[in-house]
Ligand binder design. Structure first.
Ligand code: ADP
Ligand code: ZN
Length: 737
């Protein structure tokens, strides 16, 4: 067979940074569009990949022909390919891996993309006959049949009936009067069958915010919407969306957590009907594939999702919204270490559409962009309803007796709220019973054998856990490296959520107490139900971790307490203060919604710490101004760009050796302004049996870092020391320890 004159450039689904050339299979139309999937011979087998280009010249010599073209129409549109190429370059990550990661699992594995289908009930001939008989079925069935006679029934139509129609539908199905059919999902804008909730009349601040967003309709622009929880940001997003939906455009909205998508989807559906889809990692592959298909066909108006939804195909994209834009969970911490917020801003720029970044506590990156005029900052300074902002009080716990981590003053404050039938939320970012366990007889401290970390005592299940590698040591068996003979006499040091919950139960018998952390909230359903219980006031006291701190709307909570502020005040991570200031402002935002004024209590041994005065005295903006000045003086992000090269191996020497070779090379080629720091051991050097080291790159401009990384990835492939380590790149690291 003579090879075709045409050569395909293919990004193969493999962790390789270069693309590969293949001849176009004989008899295939050379007009093949980029974005189609192909199967190509690779190594000893075949792999899937994506066509990036089809050229007639043979400048890059192909040796083999592609095995098969899978698609007639591209699965990636030009915009997605462009975004993926940008990410591949910016994060120096293999393009084929990025592209395969953008596809639903089944499409990645070669299946044809699904049609966007949904189930409807259609009346049969038997059903028509039945509906016509005067002595026909009972009233409800009759009503359902009458409705089905006019048009196919979908879930929304059934929900609009004033009775529960499910049973009638089941019976009619059994009688053969209705049948299920799968039909393509129709366009969205016209989906106004169910009675929809009206939009609020915006207050003046909200009007200004909406006007700022609207001013960018049809072109790129970033609006930073800064307003505390409850200030009405979501209302602004929804009204902006309404106009774009009516114009047939699609909207992508990201939130930091799965639980938040669930809370929002109900709110959005009440406004927009069936136009809303959800995409996150908690869904089945099948559900994800269906939503992806509906997005791709332009049939879904609003896509709500977590981080990975930023890659979804949205041919009619008209607006992006990133809620809680400061949230660290927008940054992926393995594989392609991307920031969904930053990718979203780039996507908006490439598509020439507006993007709204919303937060009560914007990241310092976004604050600076606002100051420099790259983002337009709009403030929502008041709460939307009549709720007032909570009062904050520092509880100096020096020398005080603590019961399960709780001071008497805090217990008293909780008691007062409970007596008034109000809800209390306690925040402690530490799971388990006690973060450290010591043997009272010999002084042994529980440490993980595979990590540089203490073991955490969990009472439930009676075991010592490592929160870093997941190791579990049941207390019924000998614990690792314990030094005295016989039974250890274990004593807890410090408090975790489990211990606080126990102390609360003892102090407030009969109150309904919920612990909300990763140990108690297994699965989406548990989280959803618990949040529902909080809203419906079926719970009195909630003690929880980070999970509780994010944008939820609970109106019955009038007291929020930070159990332990100190662990946050003295961290080595240069972002620790920013995170803590955000957290304090965010948890504060949970208190005192509609009717009752709220209070925030913060337990600390360091009430004089300047962070408190900044956050509580001058608000988050005061904090941000001071923190930005410090970052600038220290040449840290967002003033300097940063990247990290990490390496790990089971032998402590190898990561050091590899990174020393890398650092030497980078220093040789370093453009002026690029600083190469390290290699140094990671703050937790040993983790899950691997020793870890890192290099930090800093430069006044991104371009210098980008150039250095490009030459590093080429050189790394040739360094012999690379075979002994696993290395990774992290551009704009969130966690620089
Ligand atoms: P955020 O997203 O900033 O937390 P929301 O948009 O969720 O704020 O608004 C908080 C609460 O105030 C919601 O219950 C919302 O329905 C209500 N709300 C928002 N805007 C208005 C308004 N203009 N008039 C009356 N209520 C409003
Ligand atoms: Zn461990």
């Amino acid at each position: 067979m003579t090879p075709s004159r045409f050569v395909l450039e293919v990004a193969v689904f493999a962790p390789l940074r270069q693309t590969f050339d293949y001849f176009l299979p004989a008899g295939t139309d050379p007009a093949i569009a980029s974005g189609c999937r192909v199967r190509v011979p690779f190594g000893r087998g075949t792999r899937f990949g994506v066509v990036l280009a089809c050229r007639e010249d043979g400048a890059r010599l192909a040796t083999k022909a592609a095995s098969e073209i899978l698609d007639e129409a591209p699965v990636f549109d030009a915009e997605q390919l462009r975004l993926a190429r940008w990410a591949a370059d910016y994060y120096q990550h293999p393009l084929g891996e990025i592209l395969s990661g953008m596809l639903p699992a089944e499409v990645r594995r070669g299946r044809a993309p699904r049609e966007a289908l949904r189930t409807v009930w259609r009346i049969t001939d038997a059903g028509r006959a039945l509906g016509a008989t005067p002595a026909g079925p009972a009233h409800r069935r009759h009503a359902v049949l009458a409705l089905a006679g006019a048009a196919d029934l979908d879930a929304a139509a059934l929900a609009a009936l004033d009775f529960d129609a499910r049973r009638a539908v089941r019976e009619l199905e059994k009688l053969g009067a209705l049948e299920r059919v799968l039909v393509a999902v129709q366009g969205t804008a016209a989906h106004a069958s169910a009675p929809l909730e009206p939009f609020h009349v915006l207050n003046a601040d909200q009007e200004r915010a909406l006007a700022a967003v609207r001013a960018h309709f049809g072109g790129f622009g970033v609006v930073l919407l800064q307003g505390v929880t409850g200030s009405g940001k979501t209302e602004v997003y929804m009204q902006a969306m309404r106009e774009l939906l009516a114009a047939g455009r699609q909207i992508l909205m990201l939130v930091p957590e799965i639980a938040l998508t669930q809370a929002l989807v109900a709110r959005f559906e009440a406004r927009f009907g069936a136009a809303v889809g959800v995409l996150h990692s908690g869904l089945t592959d099948q559900a994800r594939a269906q939503t992806w298909a509906a997005c791709r066909r332009g049939e879904l108006g609003i896509l709500l999702g977590t981080r990975s939804a930023v890659w979804a195909p949205l041919p009619r994209l008209g607006l992006l919204v990133i809620d809680e834009e400061h949230d660290a969970s927008y940054k992926q911490q393995d594989g392609l270490r991307y920031s969904a917020r930053d990718v979203a801003v780039m996507r908006a720029r490439q598509r020439d559409v507006p993007i709204v970044l919303g937060s009560a506590t914007p990241s310092l990156e976004s604050c600076l962009n606002g100051q420099r005029g790259r983002y337009e900052t709009v403030h929502l300074r008041t709460r939307a309803g009549s709720a007032v902002l909570p009062r904050v009080r520092l509880l100096d716990i020096r020398g005080l007796k603590l019961d399960g981590g709780l001071s008497e003053a805090l217990l008293r404050a909780i008691g007062e709220r409970l007596a008034r039938r109000e809800q209390v939320l306690l925040f402690l970012n530490r799971r388990g019973f006690a973060p450290t366990v010591i043997c009272h007889r010999c002084g042994w401290v529980g440490r993980c054998t595979r990590c540089d970390a203490r073991l955490v005592w969990h009472k439930k299940g009676e075991a010592l856990h490592c929160h870093h590698c997941g190791a579990v040591h049941p207390l019924s068996r000998p614990v690792p490296d314990h030094t005295c003979d016989g039974e250890p006499d274990l004593v807890p040091l410090g408090v975790g959520t489990e211990r606080v919950a126990e102390a609360l139960a003892a102090a407030f018998p009969g109150q309904r107490i919920a612990r909300i952390d990763r140990d108690t909230m297994r699965g989406r359903e548990a989280i959803r139900r618990t949040f529902e219980d909080i809203r419906a006031r079926r719970l009195d006291i909630m003690i929880g971790t980070q999970m509780l701190a994010k944008g939820h709307d609970f109106s019955g909570i009038t007291l929020v307490a930070v159990v332990d502020a100190d662990s946050r005040l003295f961290s080595l991570d240069f972002r620790a203060e920013e995170r803590f200031a955000q957290l304090l402002t965010q948890v504060g935002g949970r208190a005192g919604r509609a009717e009752a004024p709220g209070e925030v209590l913060v337990q600390t041994h360091h009430p004089e710490h300047p962070l408190f005065a900044r956050v509580f005295g001058h608000g988050y903006e005061g904090f941000a101004a001071a923190a930005l000045a410090e970052r600038e003086a220290a040449a840290l992000p967002p003033f300097h760009a940063m990247a990290m090269i990490r390496a790990e191996a089971t032998d402590r020497r190898y990561p050091q050796q590899f990174l020393e070779a890398v650092a030497a090379r980078l220093r040789r080629i370093a453009p002026a302004g690029l600083e190469v720091e390290g290699p140094v051991a990671a703050a937790m050097e040993k983790r899950a049996g691997k020793f870890r080291a890192q290099i930090v790159l800093r430069a006044p401009r991104r371009a210098e870092i980008a150039a250095a990384l490009r030459s590093f990835v080429v050189a790394a492939e040739a360094l012999p020391a690379r075979r002994r380590v696993r290395w990774s790149l992290d551009v704009d690291p969130q966690d620089a320890l």
